[in-house]
Design a protein around this ligand. Structure first.
Ligand SMILES: [Zn+2]
Length: 452
């Protein structure tokens, strides 16, 4: 109980509501895992990825040292090393799929492979899945050029490096929830690998709680504006969901819930939990699905109705993105390892790990969360059900914010599954999350209106 009060104080402190000292209440085990992430290992992985010369989707698959085939074989073998330490809970597989064809960016059909590592959850009746992803393929200016040097150190060697580091660390720990580490191919030619996986996940009805897609998380200096900053990272989240039924749209309009979709709840959660565990890094929430004119592997998952966001560096360097490596007027062009800030990648890996671990240790979300709109009242009554599966929550946090504020402002701990608060339901937004004794929170659930 005391612990929960500390959390409340911590949060209020962060929000600037309360002045004075800020108490950082961290789970010892999560902190330890975050501290295990090594910038040196990340550098080593990225240098290895660059050594494949190109990871273009149409590059050779049978060359032992060059091309995308050599790269996916290496990623798989690298992950497989940790199977013994996991006590057999970790498994690694290729997922084959077909990409390309007439009038497509890959002009004739080829077969490609995603690499998938699965760390099986220890909770027997728990079918929840968490996903972290990145893409393996790389490119230069001309997207049909599959022979030129395309190092892809940052795009997306940085994301793949974090996945390898997290497989290494997390496979040594136990979580009730299953974690999947997805390394996609086909991204640069139109999100082929992730589209295939999102479709597969939908057909097999995976219970995905959250997907964190990492694409370009290692550059900390901007082109043109010459900013240097490795203390900020962006999380992109969709507002109005790409997947929305008529019923969902009606409900969104009725509740004014356009800023409270699942992806946005996840984005706020990453900010809160990531900043709890990673020093010298603040998470900037970008309230849009992605950048102008560009896409990412989270989008096919959003389209299938899953909760997915994109994590990306704050400053981009366009001299280094999708460019053939060369030097021009003393400026380094191309996506070389020299342009990657490994310490920055380490910190960005930390927010991923903290989010995954906190979610994997948390109870499931409360069910059927509803807000009573049956009468006119200056109070708000919220009701919900205990989660049906997984561990029993110690209690719940009721989250609250003013309607024009981007982040939750208050976090009220309650033991019961109903609460009446002396605040008008018209003047605030609310949500409810489950929490265990150690403070691991589920994702928040935005309530549906109900008439008693
Ligand atoms: Zn990319």
């Amino acid at each position: 109980m005391i612990k929960h009060y500390f959390f409340l104080i911590t949060l209020l402190g962060f929000m600037g509501i309360m002045q004075g000292q800020v108490i950082m209440n961290r789970d010892h085990e999560i902190k330890q895992m975050v501290d295990e992430i090594s910038a040196e290992n990340i550098e080593k992985y990225i240098l290895k990825l660059v050594s494949f010369h190109t990871r273009h989707n149409m590059s050779p698959q049978d060359d032992p040292v060059k091309g995308i085939g050599a790269a996916w074989n290496w990623v798989k073998a690298e992950m497989e090393q940790y199977i013994p330490a996991s006590g057999g809970r970790l498994s690694v597989e290729f997922i084959d799929y077909k990409a390309g064809g007439e009038n497509q960016r890959i002009p004739s059909e080829i077969e490609l492979k995603n690499v998938v590592a699965t760390l099986k959850g220890t909770g027997n009746d728990d079918d929840r899945i968490l996903i972290i992803s990145a893409h393996l393929d790389s490119r230069v200016e001309e997207n049909t050029d599959y022979t030129s040097f395309a190092p892809g150190a940052n795009d997306d060697g940085s994301g793949v490096a974090v996945i390898l580091e997290l497989v290494r660390i997390m496979s040594g720990y136990e979580f009730p929830v299953t974690i999947k580490f997805l390394v996609f191919t086909g991204e640069e030619h139109g999100l082929y690998g992730s589209s295939y996986m999102a479709g597969l996940a939908r057909r097999e009805n995976w219970n995905i709680v959250a997907m964190l897609n990492n694409d370009m998380i290692g550059n900390s200096s901007s082109s043109e504006t010459m900013l240097n900053d490795n203390m900020k990272v962006r999380v992109f989240s969709e507002g109005i969901p790409a997947y929305e039924t008529e019923d969902m749209a009606r409900m969104r309009s009725f509740t004014s819930g356009e800023n409270d979709g699942q992806a946005r709840q996840l984005a706020r959660y990453i900010k809160e939990v990531g900043e709890r565990y990673v020093d010298q890094l603040s998470v900037t929430l970008i309230f849009r699905n992605d950048r102008f004119g560009r896409g990412g592997d989270h989008t096919p998952f959003c389209r299938e109705g899953f909760t997915a966001v994109r994590i990306t560096e704050f400053n981009e360097n366009y001299d280094r993105t999708h460019k053939t490596p060369r030097e021009e007027n003393g400026i380094m062009i191309g996506d070389m390892a020299g342009g990657v800030d490994f310490e920055y990648v380490r910190k960005n890996g930390g927010i991923n790990l903290a989010t995954l671990a906190n979610l994997a240790l948390a109870p499931d979300q409360p069910g059927n969360v509803r807000i009573d709109i049956s009468g006119l009242s200056n109070t708000t009554t919220l009701t919900w059900n205990k989660p049906e599966k997984g561990k029993e929550p110690d209690g719940y946090y009721v989250l609250m914010r003013e309607t024009y504020k981007p982040l939750w402002e208050k976090k009220i701990f309650v033991k019961e599954t109903q609460v009446t608060l002396p605040y008008s339901k018209d003047n605030y937004f609310f949500a409810v999350q489950s929490v265990d004794r150690d403070g691991h929170e589920s994702l928040p659930v935005f309530p549906r209106p109900s008439r008693r």
